[in-house]
Design a protein around this ligand. Structure first.
Ligand code: SF4
Length: 116
């Protein structure tokens, strides 16, 4: 199956990142793919606490929105960016992955039914 390629536009203005409060704390800003809903809520709350006192929160949020970033940027996660009207590569990839998983599951079920 062919999948669409995503073109990423990387914003060259990253000077503001030098003032980021989250340096060395990136584990709080990105999911590891295995976490529970509760673990995600706790991790994101800790990340947002840093964003709340960060002097470049507005620049960061704008960067996250413009570049379809994943993880927390300026207190926003990818779902919140999407709900604010910004396209999310991450959410699209998750949806495509879910569709592919469902297709494979249905094919397996069909094969099992043939064996009965
Ligand atoms: S707003 Fe949050 S994610 Fe952005 S640089 Fe500051 S601490 Fe890091």
């Amino acid at each position: 199956m062919k999948t669409a390629k995503t073109i990423r536009i990387v914003d060259p203005n990253t000077e503001w990142m030098k003032q980021a409060q989250c340096k060395g704390q990136t584990h709080l800003f990105y999911e590891d793919g295995q976490e529970t809903k509760l673990a995600r809520e706790k991790r994101e709350a800790a990340a947002r606490a840093l964003c709340a006192v960060c002097p470049v929160s507005a620049e960061c949020k704008e960067y996250g929105r413009r570049n379809s970033e994943y993880g927390i940027w300026g207190s926003e996660n990818e779902t919140e960016r999407f709900l604010a009207g910004h396209l999310s590569d991450v959410l699209i990839r998750r949806r495509v992955r879910k569709i592919e998983e469902n297709r494979r599951r249905r094919a397996r079920e069909k094969e099992l039914l043939k064996q009965l």
